[in-house]
Design a protein around this ligand. Sequence first.
Ligand SMILES: *Cc1c(COP(=O)(O)O)cnc(C)c1O
Length: 459
Amino acid sequence: MQEQKIPYKIYLQENEIPKQWYNMRADMKNKPAPLLNPGTLKPMTAEELAPVFCEELVAQELNNTDAYIDIPEEIQNFYKMYRPSPLIRAYFLEKALDTPAKIYYKFEGNNTSGSHKLNSAIAQAYYAKKQGLKGVTTETGAGQWGTALSMACSYFGLDCKVFMVKVSYEQKPFRREVMRTYGASVTPSPSETTQIGKKILAEHPGTTGSLGCAISEAVEVAVGSEGYRYVLGSVLNQVLLHQSVIGLETKAALDKYGIKPDMIIGCAGGGSNLGGLIAPFMGEKLRGEADYRIIAVEPASCPSFTRGKYAYDFCDTGMVCPLAKMYTLGSSFIPSANHAGGLRYHGMSSTLSQLYHDGFMEAVSVEQTSVFEAAEQFARVEGILPAPESSHAIRVAINEALKCKETGEEKTIVFGLTGTGYFDMVAYEKFHDGLMTDQIPTDEELEKSLSALPNVPEN
Ligand SMILES: *Cc1c(COP(=O)(O)O)cnc(C)c1O
């Protein structure tokens, strides 16, 4: 057996946790399109965003010029609780696949929330506290974001109101209890507690909800409650910025051993983990210093990149949010109740959308049962029980490693393992019992929601 020069886990030292986030937008020639005011169709100003979002986060959202933004010391200290996260060489998986490829994964599931979401939750709670707010509202799909935010809010003594997509609320009661343990209140969405919730329930009785609905409810409550703002766990530029800590650590760990990846793979829901993981690599690519294949993986049941349209759309079902230009399936699209709750959003980060549109990255969609096959194969050899969302990246990493086996190429593959799947055992159960199906929207269904895109001249 060949001598192992690379350790199983590449850990950084505590003092190597990044002290600045990296903002890809600064290096993009074509900047992501601005958020538009749905009334005037003019770019949203900081003043217009201020009633909804925290001030400092608005500044970060609109900042297309500063490549590096300091991470405040309080956030750096919180990061020390669970970072740096390990970059793991998947020796066991490589052996099981009998592939010459070298596979690495960055594991973000080593904190109680079980996902990368905490990286941005702590930043957003910090800026809300600094602004003197009482609390924040948000939505959560699978529950990881709500959990992360409730942890961050309890750390800073902020109130936290979470609207949880109904299907997850029912499927994952324990997630809800974790949030309540950290002091958050959790309401299933759509609910009767908001105007928009009532409207959605009247139009779609018995709906299992969607992220788009829950966002509308959370925004309504934030705007209507003094001392509250709305926070979002994905999609927005500011979230990608905070998540760049993942990519910066990954790059630092690879650089220690002189490793240059050939491809970087991540699952894409709203794009935050992928945008964070690829950030410094994409920076090099944008500046013409290096080249990498960058692959976004999405569920075939919610295929924003691969079957969506690049157009201005509402970020929420209730159409109360600004318009964002993104790859979208239409804000009225409600995906089938698949088991990767964190990947059920109708749109995609406008930063990643622009990069994809400009050919800086690729996208593929994968079907649910093949994702769980990969998840199980991975768990059995690498030990970690992956989240269904993360397993989309595993699926494509395995596919690429198997291609290397055919061609004999020793490619280096890095993928993001965003979280653990302990709260997803209902999904694993369905898979084991052979009851899992692959739900793929028809062209007619997509045409229907895409035909309802708002009428913006650029569209
Ligand atoms: C939320 C979530 C995702 C998807 O969200 P992105 O913003 O696209 O990263 C992926 N994996 C896990 C574990 C999640 O919790």
